[in-house]
Design a protein around this ligand. Structure first.
Ligand SMILES: *Cc1c(COP(=O)(O)O)cnc(C)c1O
Length: 406
C-alpha cells in the first residue's frame, strides 16, 4: 500500500476566520444569498462553495468530509449523524423495492437488523453469506442484486474480507462493493483496494473519545452528490445530518488517529500473543492462527498493525460476565459496548451488540455465548495490564478451564 492516508490528513489545512489553527465552526442552520438567482442554482445543486441549509451541507461538515475522503482516498465523502445514518442512506440510495443485497453474515448487529428486519417493509431481501467463500458470494448474486456488502474486518468475529477479490466479483456483475471499514481505519484502505463505497461509524476509532455518534460515506463525487440531492438524495431526505459543532470536534480528534491506531494495534497484538501462549481461545487477525491473517497481511498498511479488537472465548456466558465484572473492578477497562476508546472496553456480543442475531444463527456463525469482545485501550504499560488480566482469569478459574478446552 503506497497510499499515505495519514500524511494526507495531516496536510489538510483549514484556518479559522481570525487565522486560527482550527477552522471556525459554522454556527448557522441557514445562509444568506446576495442574489435570488444564486439561491435557485444552489437548490439545483449547481453552485460550488455556496451553502443553503445545514441539513444539505455546512462548512464544518465539508471539512470533516474532506478528511474522510483523504482517509480512504476517495473523491469525496459525506458525514452523517451516526454510522447507521450513513449505512441506511447508502442502502436507500442504491436499492428500490423488490431488490436484493448480498451481505456478509458476520456484520454489526444494527446493520444485520436493518437488512434482515427493517428492509422487509420495502421488500428488499438480503442473502447473508460467508463472505470468505467467493463461490457462495457469486452464486448468491441475482439480476436483482444491487450491492455486495461486507465489513473489512467484521464485528464481532473479526473475519477478514478479501476486498480485491470481492471487488473483482462486483465489477464482473456490474454492482458496487460497499465496505464498512469501522474496525480498520488506516490499517486497511478499503477504497484503494477496490471498494466502491466505504462507510464508517466515526463513533468508534476515528473520533476515539466515546463522546458522540457520527458516520461517513466515502465514495465518488457523483455518488456523494446524489446522496445530497434535494429531490432524491437519501442523505438529504432522511435527514441524518451531523451537527456542525460535533463535526468540528471529530476533525480535531482525527488529527491524532494515526498515533492512536498504532498504539491500539500494538497493545492488542501483545495481549493476543500472550493469551494464545496461555492456551486461551483468542481470535485476533494479527495471529498466524487466524484464518484471515494472510488476507489481512496482503491488504493492510503494516505501519498500523492488525487493529485494536480481539475476542476471547471463556466457555460460558456466566464466566464471561464474571470476568468482565472483575476486570472492571480492577480498573482494567469498562463493561461497555462500542470501541476505539482510550480505555479498554469489553462486552459479550451474543447478549449485547449482536443480540439482534437469533441464537441459532449466532451458533452457526461461531458466535458463542462465552465470547468476549475486547476493544483494547491505549494503556501505557500493557505488560502490567496483561499481568492484571491474567490474575483475574486465575481467580475465576478461566485460565485452567480454557486450557483444558483448547
Ligand atoms: C458501531 C458500528 C456501526 C454503527 O455505527 P453508529 O455510529 O453506532 O450508528 C456500524 N458498523 C460497525 C462495524 C460498527 O461497529
Amino acid at each position: 500500500m503506497d497510499y499515505k492516508a495519514s500524511e494526507q490528513i495531516q496536510d489538510l489545512q483549514y484556518f479559522g476566520e481570525f487565522g486560527g489553527v482550527n477552522p471556525s465552526i459554522s454556527d448557522s442552520s441557514t445562509y444568506t444569498f446576495l442574489s435570488a438567482k444564486t439561491m435557485f442554482d444552489t437548490f439545483e445543486g449547481n453552485t460550488e462553495g455556496c451553502y443553503l441549509y445545514s441539513r444539505h451541507s455546512s462548512p464544518s461538515n465539508l471539512y470533516l468530509g474532506e478528511a474522510m475522503a483523504q482517509l480512504e482516498g476517495t473523491e469525496a465523502a459525506n458525514v452523517y449523524a451516526s454510522g447507521m445514518g450513513a449505512i441506511s442512506a447508502v442502502i436507500f440510495q442504491l436499492c428500490n423495492s423488490n431488490e436484493h443485497i448480498v451481505s456478509s453474515r458476520t456484520i454489526y448487529g444494527g446493520t444485520y437488523a436493518l437488512f434482515k428486519n427493517f428492509l422487509k417493509k420495502f421488500d428488499i431481501n438480503t442473502s447473508f453469506v460467508n463472505i470468505t467463500d467467493l463461490e457462495v458470494v457469486e452464486q448468491s448474486i441475482t439480476s436483482k442484486t444491487k450491492m455486495i456488502y461486507c465489513e473489512a474486518v467484521s464485528n464481532p468475529l473479526l473475519e477478514v474480507a478479501d476486498i480485491p477479490a470481492l471487488s473483482k466479483l462486483a465489477k464482473k456483475h456490474g454492482i458496487p462493493l460497499v465496505v464498512d471499514n469501522t474496525f480498520s481505519p488506516l490499517s486497511i484502505n478499503a477504497a484503494k483496494l477496490g471498494a466502491d463505497i466505504v462507510v464508517h461509524s466515526l463513533t468508534k476509532f476515528i473520533n476515539g473519545s466515546s463522546d458522540c455518534v457520527a458516520g461517513a460515506v466515502c465514495a465518488s463525487s457523483d455518488f456523494c452528490l446524489s446522496l445530497k440531492d434535494v429531490n432524491n438524495g437519501a442523505g438529504m431526505l432522511l435527514g441524518s445530518t451531523l451537527d456542525s459543532l460535533r463535526a468540528a470536534s471529530i476533525l480535531k480528534n482525527m488529527r491524532t488517529l494515526h498515533i492512536r491506531i498504532k498504539k491500539h494495534s500494538e497493545n492488542a497484538q501483545f495481549l493476543a500473543h500472550q493469551f494464545e501462549k496461555d492456551g486461551l481461545k483468542v481470535v485476533y487477525p494479527g495471529l498466524e492462527s487466524h484464518s484471515g491473517h494472510h488476507t489481512m497481511k496482503s491488504q493492510m498498511n503494516p505501519e498500523y498493525g492488525f487493529g485494536g479488537l480481539l475476542t476471547l472465548d471463556v466457555g460460558s456466558l456466566d464466566k464471561a460476565n464474571a470476568l468482565m465484572e472483575l476486570m472492571q473492578k480492577e480498573k482494567l477497562g469498562y463493561l461497555a459496548v462500542s470501541l476505539g476508546f482510550y480505555k479498554t472496553l469489553f462486552s459479550a456480543p451474543g447478549t449485547s451488540t449482536s443480540s439482534e442475531i437469533p441464537l441459532e444463527e449466532q451458533k452457526a456463525l461461531g458466535l458463542s455465548q462465552g465470547l468476549i469482545r475486547f476493544s483494547i485501550g491505549l494503556d501505557n504499560n500493557i505488560q502490567q495490564t496483561y499481568d492484571a488480566m491474567k490474575s483475574c482469569m486465575k481467580r475465576l478459574g478461566v485460565l485452567e478451564s480454557s486450557l483444558t478446552l483448547a
